[in-house]
Design a protein around this ligand. Structure first.
Ligand code: FCB
Length: 449
């Protein structure tokens, strides 16, 4: 257990936790919600390790008041949740389902009543299935559909959401969903997945404009980043590192910040129409950074379809996902963003950071998760170190409030500050929940001085 007191964070530093709709809501048929690509994928045999689906998940749709009370008990400033597009617009086009928006309306009001900033992600991977049937993110029209949906949501919630996030991790959605086929929609296009990158970015840019027309709240995107560690010192190894860097860290950041696409990433220039890059580069107020771990890379074997090989990183403790626990990677990443983008870099909020462990209630019925506490302690110190280096980091959101349905891993990975017994839906705050509550209270007292 960490013993050194947590260093102070600046006044106004935003403490939060994150979730996403399909991972927690359940109630997949309530209020006329339509199917998303994740409903389809999860119900396809062999796609999810334990054969589970998000049909019930954490039943948050029915238990949201209890979950907001848990947020309030922790003392967080903000809650990042996502809005399920198929709840609001089951066909991905056309009329809005009032019941769908009513749910988020109640959630937002309840958060505000508890003094918690609602931070809404418009798209956390749950594309309405009818849009996938029309080509999904490979189709340019999906970008326009997304902006129209953003407009509908902002018309209802734009007066109360405090920070808008357009997309969650377009890189992971493109690479795992369209490149490797291990996430919905399960396509295996490798580098031919580039249209899913461009159309997500275009959708983001169009949605920024739609949001600006409806709200004065700040607008962000949440990108996944992974600092690259190159193994080997040949030119081929360095080229592999640069190729991975371009794909994971720059493909969704260079165009956003007005630099166009990194060399070698645009597989089909005809997709990028005149004006698209300007639309994508619409100024954002905050860059959301989701960080889990660094990536080791070296030159590929002969005949590999990819321009790099991935190398496991030794020498770190590992989570139940077998991801290395590397807070030094977060410090390194924040420095890399600061150096690479300079004055063009907006203020950063860490919109996801967290870990999975096999947490279970002990004989005392409590859930002790010292590894998660050590994880969060290390990562918060990494943020503090980046602040000391001059990086403008304004907030930190833990992934996640609740144990939840972890995509292709089903219910086998527990990321929550709160344990969920999926049979009874009982919520039990873990020791990390109390630890974070105390850190927030102590730093707030300190920074108020
Ligand atoms: C991120 C996702 C989030 C969750 C965490 C563990 O890539 O945005 O939904 O799955 O990983």
């Amino acid at each position: 257990m960490p013993t050194a007191p947590m260093p102070q964070f600046p006044a106004g530093f935003r403490w939060g936790v994150s979730t996403s709709a399909y991972q927690i809501e359940g109630a997949v048929d309530a209020g006329g919600r339509g199917p998303s690509i994740w409903d389809t994928f999860a119900h396809s045999p062999g796609r999810v390790v334990d054969g589970s689906t998000g049909d019930v998940a954490c039943d948050h749709y029915h238990r949201h008041r209890e979950d907001v009370a848990l947020l309030a008990g922790m003392g967080v400033d903000a809650y990042r949740f996502s809005i399920a597009w198929p709840r609001v617009q089951p066909d991905g086009a056309g009329p809005v389902r009032a019941e769908g928006l009513d749910f988020y309306d109640r959630l937002v009001d309840d958060l505000l009543a508890h003094g918690i900033d609602p931070v809404a992600t418009l798209y956390h991977w749950d594309l309405p299935q009818p849009l996938e049937d029309a080509g999904g993110w490979l189709a340019r029209d999906t970008a326009h559909r997304f902006a129209a949906y953003a407009d509908l949501v902002a018309a209802r919630l734009g007066d109360r959401v405090r920070l808008w996030i357009t997309l969650n991790e377009p890189f992971i959605h493109m690479s795992l969903g369209y490149g490797m086929g291990v996430h919905a929609p399960g396509r295996m296009l490798l580098f031919d997945a580039f249209p899913a990158a461009h159309h997500q970015l275009l959708g983001h840019g169009l949605a920024v404009a739609a949001l600006r027309a409806r709200t004065t709240s700040p607008v962000a995107i949440a990108n996944n980043y992974s600092p690259v560690r190159v193994f080997g010192d040949t030119d081929a190894d360095r080229a592999a590192g640069a190729a991975y860097e371009a794909l994971h860290n720059r493909l969704f950041t260079d165009p956003l910040l007005g630099r166009g696409y990194p060399d070698g990433t645009v597989t089909d220039p005809s997709l990028v129409h005149d004006g698209d890059l300007a639309t994508i580069a619409a100024p954002i107020d905050v860059l959301g950074v989701n960080y889990y771990n660094p990536t080791g890379v070296r030159a590929p074997e002969d005949g590999s379809p990819l321009p790099f090989d991935l190398v496991p990183l030794d020498g770190y403790p590992r989570t139940a996902f077998d991801w290395p626990v590397a807070p030094d990677g977060l410090h390194e990443l924040l420095g890399w963003l600061h150096r690479s983008y300079g004055d063009g870099l907006p203020p950063i909020e860490i919109t996801e950071s967290g870990c999975a462990y096999d947490d279970a209630p002990g004989p005392d019925a409590r859930v002790h998760d010292p590894d998660r506490i050590a994880y969060l302690d290390g990562h918060l110190r990494a943020v503090r170190a980046a602040l000391d280096d001059g990086v403008d980091v304004r907030g930190y959101f833990v992934w996640s409030l609740l144990d939840n349905w972890e995509w292709a891993e089903g219910f086998t990975k527990r990321f929550g500050l709160v344990h969920v017994d999926y049979a009874s839906q009982a919520r039990t705050p873990k020791s990390s929940y109390a630890w974070l509550r105390d850190v927030i209270a102590a730093t707030r007292r300190g920074s108020a001085r």
